[in-house]
Design a protein around this ligand. Structure first.
Ligand SMILES: Cc1cc2nc3c(=O)[nH]c(=O)nc-3n(C[C@H](O)[C@H](O)[C@H](O)COP(=O)(O)O)c2cc1C
Length: 190
């Protein structure tokens, strides 16, 4: 599959099937994530993949109501970092940046596996950290909700529209300029 196609095919889809995913497949996603570049090769990422029914049940209780669609996912991967695990230069902490690159590689590999992966920030982070035995000082940045493509009929109207609709992005000229940071690419105040 051409790379740009795989990158393009990644969408934050929500119609997930409950069918279990083989551990070897889930490990390949982490293997892809673990190829990400990092300053000084610090590898400031850690992943906890939850497939155990009891742990999943407990973790599901931490989800925000808007993430109802994630309740039937057969696997959820917690993505963890700590600024101290990576390099810092001035105000630039590289660990979260590198974690993001790793998470993207995870998602791209999922496309190649025919799986959906949806990153979420909407969960009770303190409760989730307790359940997963993640230390207080570490950052549980996101969870990656993983599943085979499933039935979209249980999605609410807004989510159904997003599931079927085109990807929404600013035009390229609003986010990129050549040679200098033009006024045109300055983010508009919210
Ligand atoms: C850090 C992060 C947190 C997100 N949190 C949620 C979430 O809690 N619930 C949700 O439905 N989608 C969540 N998303 C998915 C975004 O809404 C989605 O990526 C965005 O709308 C762009 O759509 P696309 O990924 O299909 O291109 C999150 C994405 C990221 C990167």
């Amino acid at each position: 599959m051409p790379m740009l196609q795989a990158i393009n095919d990644r969408r934050a889809f929500r119609a997930l099937d409950a069918k279990p995913i083989e551990k070897e497949t889930l490990l390949r996603l982490v293997e892809a994530a673990h190829t990400a570049p990092s300053s000084l090769n610090n590898q400031p990422w850690r992943f906890v993949t939850v497939t155990d029914t009891e742990v999943l049940d407990t973790l599901r209780k931490t989800l925000s109501p808007g993430n109802y669609w994630a309740l039937q996912a057969p696997a959820i991967t917690a993505v963890v970092t700590n600024k101290a695990w990576g390099m810092t230069l001035g105000n630039r902490d590289f660990a979260p940046f590198e974690l993001g690159m790793a998470a993207m590689a995870y998602q791209t590999q999922a496309v190649a596996e025919g799986l959906y992966v949806h990153p979420i920030a909407g969960f009770n982070v303190d409760e989730a950290k307790k359940i997963l035995n993640i230390a207080d000082e570490d950052t549980l940045m996101i969870m990656l909700v993983v599943g085979h493509p499933g039935d979209s009929s249980k999605l609410n109207e807004k989510h159904l529209e997003s599931e079927k609709g085109k990807r929404i992005r600013l035009p390229l000229e609003k986010v990129h300029s050549f040679d200098t940071f033009t006024d045109q690419i300055k983010p508009q105040p919210k």
